[in-house]
Design a protein around this ligand. Structure first.
Ligand code: AMP
Length: 612
């Protein structure tokens, strides 16, 4: 490749360095003045929305001071504003939550009544999301220099979208972002120079999208300096894809042609600009992939990789051992913390250990408040926090700069797009401060017991699903005595496992097909994010029921008590994570059954589909 002219090179180096400096100054500035910025953000949000129905309903009357806002406005959950959201979804264009037009709904992976929550958003929020993204690489470049000299191999995907009855688009936040001009028409920037052409990311067919992104990543393997996906589960899935398809990929690289399974014309055109016949590269990949062990495959195939950029905090930490294995322990970097409601913050110390990751909330993104979560026995409460808060709890909400080191809080946001004092559902712990802005460890999502990908299943949902399934056992006079569950990520994709202990009173043996029906009924009963993961994204494998021998749950209790649990208060955990407990259960398994097919899933909310 011809060398770039020296002058231009210098200019680029200079502008990268200059831009990094400006960005880091911005972070210094907003974190130093965090409280002032927060005051301003709140005043701006209330001021421009003073006349919206929701604020008028609560009698805020245009008051922009924090004290009045905190006194008057209720702290809410999704269910409290669902009627307003439904009106917007059904086409009511009056200013209900926000003075600016709602441009679309972002469909959260958090669910309500089994369906994705709908988060209203406005056009200008795309700018705020872009701003948060723009902070990531200048921060990273302080720790890993030279990242502007190569490419990032990121596996990024869009998901299906639907229309609300009123005609608004409803889709996940990343789909919205990748389809926006902020992403598609981004000006040249060495830090957003990816191996995947936009067309491959924007391809709605998940196989073609993954195949073409992997192919482009392999073709440019020596230029790749960092690899990643949004969540760890997504990156593991890409490696698994390579395990299955490397032979076909090598064939395409050898011949410089794209096989006929890739039918999307725009993908073909974009890939053909990168793909050239390269027998040497094909031989090399073939040799590496056909080795017995896949340990270190990432650094073998992409030898200049400095780190893996994936979220491994929260439930994603279950994938750390897999990532370590495939990368021979490359740094795992969690850069940001965000949601459909709002993008929150960045990790200012990205090379830290995954267990030490903390996110600094950027005070310009939204107005943040914090509801203290009281700890018992040194651990965060696992009991559901009551739906609505009493007067005292209401007043307990704390401002960003006033949180206390070591204390746990539930995050509450007021956004430019029309959420006011909205409980996000995440529990965070204060780990330190950047100037006056706190840095938080992500502790957990409230109430979630099982998660493989972006699915979040809570105990009540699991209980209902199990209740529906056990009806299949009735004709056999069998009862479910006890159950628990775990997310098994030793398989790729991972899957839910339920351990069942039965008492069998009938004389007819229960045929395997009945247990398989139980598996499917549970899957059918779970929320739409789970079912989408099974059907469309294929990011979750078939659910498994493992029948354990009689007395197993007594053994589990004995074990918990030996570890210090109180005999009086012992309750069977509905989800287990601790390896010795999983071992105890697995040791007593008498038979296993898998869901025989995928549950039903269609894009959009069930109610909308029922209307057509
Ligand atoms: P969604 O609304 O579907 O975009 O999901 C957002 C949720 O994903 C957040 O509220 C968190 O529970 C979780 N999440 C996002 N970023 C992180 C992160 N860096 N670490 C752990 N969990 C995260």
């Amino acid at each position: 490749m011809p060398e770039a002219p020296k002058e231009q090179q210098k200019a680029t180096d200079y502008s990268v360095a200059e831009n990094n400096k400006k960005t880091l100054e911005f972070i210094e500035d907003v974190t130093a003045k965090a409280d002032d910025v927060q005051k301003r953000v709140l005043a701006e949000i209330i001021c421009r929305n003073a006349h919206v129905e929701y604020l008028k309903r609560h009698g805020l009357n245009g008051n922009i001071d924090r004290e009045t806002f905190k006194k008057i406005m209720p702290v809410i959950t999704y269910e409290d504003i669902q009627p307003d959201i439904n009106r917007i979804a059904n086409g009511d264009k009056s200013h209900i939550l926000c003075s600016q037009p709602i441009s679309e709904f972002l469909t959260s992976s958090g669910t309500s009544g089994g369906e994705r929550k709908l988060m209203p958003t406005i056009d200008e929020e795309l700018g705020r999301r872009s701003l948060l993204y723009s902070l990531l690489m200048p921060v990273m470049s302080q720790f890993v220099p030279g990242l502007d000299k190569g490419k990032g191999m990121y596996f990024l995907f869009i998901k299906s979208e639907a229309k609300t009855p009123g005609g608004l688009v409803a889709r996940p936040v990343l789909t919205s972002y990748y389809k926006s001009s902020h992403f598609k028409e981004r000006p040249y920037d060495p830090y957003t120079n990816y191996t995947s052409p936009n067309e491959t990311i924007l391809c709605p067919d998940s196989y073609q999208s993954m195949y073409s992104q992997m192919l482009c990543g392999l073709c440019q393997n020596n230029q790749v300096l960092r690899v990643g996906a949004v969540f760890a589960s997504g990156f593991i899935r890409a490696i698994r894809f390579l395990e299955k398809h490397w032979s076909l990929l090598c064939n395409d690289i050898r011949t410089g042609t794209l096989n006929s399974q890739i039918t999307d014309p725009s993908v073909r055109e974009a890939v053909m600009k990168i793909l050239k016949p390269d027998a040497k590269l094909a031989d090399f990949i073939e040799q590496e992939c056909s080795r017995q062990s896949w340990q270190g495959i990432i650094i073998r195939l992409w030898p200049n990789t400095k780190y893996i950029d994936v979220i491994v905090t929260g439930t994603m930490s279950q994938y750390i051992p897999n990532l370590d294995y495939y990368s021979n322990g490359l740094p795992l970097v969690c850069t940001m913390y965000a949601s459909s409601e709002c993008y929150f913050g960045v990790n200012l110390n990205p090379l830290c250990k995954p267990s030490e990751v903390s996110y600094t909330l950027i005070p310009t993104m939204a107005y943040f408040e914090f509801l203290p979560v009281h700890k018992s026995n040194g651990t965060s409460k696992s009991v559901p926090i009551p739906k609505s808060l009493n007067e005292k709890e209401h007043q307990e909400l704390i401002d960003l700069v006033d949180v206390k080191l070591g204390q746990d809080y539930e995050l509450v946001v007021t956004t430019y797009a029309g959420l006011y004092r909205y409980r996000v559902g995440d529990v965070l712990r204060v780990a330190g401060f950047k100037n006056s802005a706190p840095q938080f460890n992500f502790i957990c999502r409230k109430n979630v017991v099982l998660s493989i990908d972006s699915d979040k299943t809570d105990e009540v949902e699991l209980q209902n699903a199990v209740k529906n399934a056990v009806s299949h056992l009735m004709p056999f006079d069998a009862q479910l005595n006890e159950y628990t569950s775990c997310a098994d990520t030793t398989t790729i994709p991972g899957h839910y496992v339920l351990y069942w202990e039965l008492s069998l009173n009938g004389s007819t043996p229960i045929p395997p097909s009945v247990f398989e029906d139980c598996c499917l009924t549970i899957e059918e009963s779970l929320n739409s994010v789970y079912r989408q993961g099974r059907v469309s994204d294929k990011s979750i494998g078939p659910l498994e029921i493992k029948i354990v021998e009689a007395g197993t749950f007594d053994k589990l209790m004995d074990y918990a008590i030996s570890l210090g649990a109180s005999i009086n208060q012992y309750k069977t955990p509905r989800c287990v994570k601790f390896a010795p407990i999983i071992e105890l259960l697995n040791f007593r398994v008498v038979s296993c059954y898998f869901s025989p097919k995928c549950p039903k899933w269609t894009p959009g909310h069930k109610q909308w589909n029922d209307m057509v």
